[in-house]
Design a protein around this ligand. Structure first.
Ligand code: SAH
Length: 222
């Protein structure tokens, strides 16, 4: 079951700041109203250190420790929109939980979410945030997500917030027929956001736009 965050009790100032972000996302071409509603309702300031909270509704990437970053709202919105483009996927795998912000957006739009992170302290914090926000359709795993989470697959959609140089075979294998993979591919100098649709006939790839993500790294930490 989809979980929802409610907007009750959010102050006027905060609502204005959030609406400004939504206007900016619309200007950049985000059109899916469900995605925009969920971004409005989700308290992004709870996913960063208190010292950065005042910047949480700007369209910027923010540091989350351990050399990692929370993606800018535009890219979270864009990837989520691509994930929903062909209907609502039921089972979704997210590689790179990080702060849990993208996780909390996805949890409000899909039935079941499986989220994998290699850095334990980040995963633990994201898990707490999911609990606090009562997002109870998410399961987490501390693992190298380059190998996916085979026991829970196949997935209707797979989304990665970390860039490998090439698409991992394991992720393609865990994608259901009719499913879609959305991920950045490339190195530190050049990356593209790609979408791969898996059909009866085979794989169909589209390049969406140039992006800038942290690398997909091997192994687990912590
Ligand atoms: N979606 C996250 C973005 C975090 S940045 C958010 O909303 O905050 C990407 C994350 O991918 C980092 O936390 C990084 O540790 C993680 N990551 C990198 N390689 C990984 C791997 N092989 N398996 C799982 N997570 C990985």
């Amino acid at each position: 079951m989809v979980s929802k965050i409610h907007l009750d009790g959010i102050g006027m100032t905060s609502m204005r700041t959030r609406n400004r972000l939504i206007t900016r996302l619309r200007e950049q071409g985000i059109v899916n109203e469900d995605v925009l509603d969920v971004i409005t309702a989700t308290p992004r300031h709870l996913f960063v250190d208190e010292a950065l909270a005042h910047r949480a509704y700007e369209d910027d990437a923010l540091p989350i420790g351990h050399n990692q970053t929370l993606s800018r709202p535009y890219i979270v919105a864009k990837m989520t929109e691509l994930l929903l483009e062909k209907g609502t996927p039921k089972r979704v795998l997210e590689v790179g939980t990080g702060s849990g912000y993208q996780m909390s957006i996805l949890a409000q739009l899909v039935d079941e979410l499986y989220s994998v992170e290699r850095i334990k302290p980040l995963l633990d914090k994201a898990r707490q945030r999911a609990r606090m926000l009562k997002l109870n359709n998410v399961r987490f795993q501390h693992a190298d997500g380059g190998f996916g989470w085979p026991q829970q697959g196949p997935y209707d959609a797979i989304l990665s917030a970390a860039a490998p140089r090439q698409v991992p075979e394991e992720l393609l294998e865990q994608l259901a027929i009719g499913g879609r993979l959305i991920m950045p591919i490339g190195d530190a100098r050049q990356q593209q956001l790609i979408v791969i649709d898996k059909t009866q006939e085979g794989l169909h790839e589209q390049v969406i736009e140039a992006v800038n993500f942290v690398p997909l790294l091997a192994g687990r930490i912590g």
